[in-house]
Design a protein around this ligand. Structure first.
Ligand code: SF4
Length: 386
């Protein structure tokens, strides 16, 4: 179980950074470790790094090759995600080592349910995103430029030492779309390779093949949002597209990166049972029955404030449908104390991991196997050793 961070502890740990954090709506309750605390925090601090993901076109115009948007960007301009800039015909990331959010979270918050249960994830995010989801839960940092957030100077080395100091078992790139700060993720991953830390991310999966290949070299686990199962949903609700996300899921599977999928069920938008069934059939066929799938409850947010929360019965029906299609690990998310939040053995149906909110208890799992029937359970159950 994760020890909750009390306000007293929080105040003690955050020191001078707290004033900057608390004074900005962009910094919800944050926990930062000593190296992070020692790092300066500054509004609009930009961490510049030449990107390996661009090609030069004519007249100093560049094309970004990081994600399928393929932005063509003139001198002095930025791509759609607002965190990459053409400076004299070279393309730079502006979000290298300048996170605006640094938290220690339960790993279940990502949500990973099959990765080191009840462990801590040192979680980071910079400003920016390559999608514009109408239901974004973190729009205060995802839909702004790094110029507008309060950013730490936090080198990859400091991220690793902070994670270890605070007894985290994983470094998580999360909250916004981490693909947009890939250079930071890659360097953290390379430096942390021999450390007892998993490298994980929660992503929309909207990334091109080559950068994904690079990422897979350093990534242990990915939680991918499969936001809906039609191109129309992706275009109208997220300004993205479905095809590249499916390609990412196939690639992660082929490279043996542990993958979990989150589907936020938005009433009237992506809850058509036919679509849900088609999505479950695709996951079963392409990724296999052991892929954990989380049906997550929508709450009114950002530009979808008029839509009510997802009825719990809708999530339960989706879960049943997914299990009927053969998926072994299907969860109801964002509904505290729901029995659909536990992990059950797909063979004997005993509860293996019980979750009440973020209180997690291993009941019947031993070294990745069901204690009752010996069935092997897909996931990462052991920390990497240094
Ligand atoms: S990463 Fe940003 S700049 Fe690059 S193609 Fe995607 S949206 Fe455009």
């Amino acid at each position: 179980m994760i020890e909750p961070i009390t306000r007293r502890k929080f105040l003690g740990r955050c020191g001078r950074s707290l004033a900057a954090c608390a004074s900005s709506a962009l910094f919800p309750l944050c926990t930062v470790s000593r190296p992070a605390r020692a790092a300066a925090i500054e509004k609009g601090y930009i961490g510049r790094k030449l990107s390996p993901y661009f090609t030069q076109l004519n007249d100093q115009i560049v094309r970004c090759t990081l994600c399928p948007h393929g932005c063509e960007v003139g001198p002095g301009e930025r791509g759609l995600c607002e965190v990459r800039e053409n400076i004299d015909g070279q393309y730079y990331s502006l979000v290298y080592a300048n996170p605006c959010a640094v938290h220690i979270d339960p790993i279940e918050k990502k949500p990973f349910y099959h990765v080191l249960p009840a462990s801590r994830a040192f979680s980071i995010a910079t400003a920016g995103c390559n999608f514009d989801c109408k239901f974004c839960q973190n729009w205060e940092i995802s839909q702004v430029r790094p110029d507008d957030t309060y950013n730490y100077r936090l080198s990859p080395d400091q991220v690793i030492s902070s994670a270890l100091e605070y007894k985290s078992q994983a470094i998580a790139s999360t909250y916004v779309e981490p693909v947009i700060f890939i250079e930071y993720m890659l360097e953290i991953g390379r430096l942390a390779k021999s450390r007892p830390l998993l490298k994980v991310m929660h992503s929309n999966g909207f990334i091109n093949a080559k950068p994904l290949e690079d990422l897979c070299e350093v990534l242990d686990a990915a939680c991918i949002d499969l936001k809906g199962f039609t191109e129309d949903f992706y275009q109208t609700m997220a300004e993205g597209s479905l095809g590249p996300v499916l390609n990412t899921l196939r690639s992660l599977k082929s490279r043996s990166v542990h993958t979990e999928i989150v589907n936020l069920v938005v009433p009237g938008k992506n809850d058509d049972p036919k679509q849900v069934r088609a999505m479950c059939q695709w996951i079963y066929k392409e990724l296999g029955p052991d892929t954990p799938l989380h049906f997550s409850r929508f709450y009114p947010r950002y530009r979808l404030k008029s839509i009510p929360p997802t009825p719990v019965s809708t999530l339960e029906k989706a879960r049943q449908m997914a299990m009927d299609e053969g998926l072994h690990f299907v969860y109801v998310g964002n509904v505290p104390e729901h029995p659909g939040g536990h992990t059950y053995c797909p063979n004997c149906r005993k509860i293996l991991i019980r979750r009440i909110g973020y209180r997690v208890k291993l009941l019947g799992l031993n070294a990745g196997k069901c204690q009752s029937c010996g069935c092997a359970i897909a996931g990462i159950w052991q920390s990497p050793t240094s």
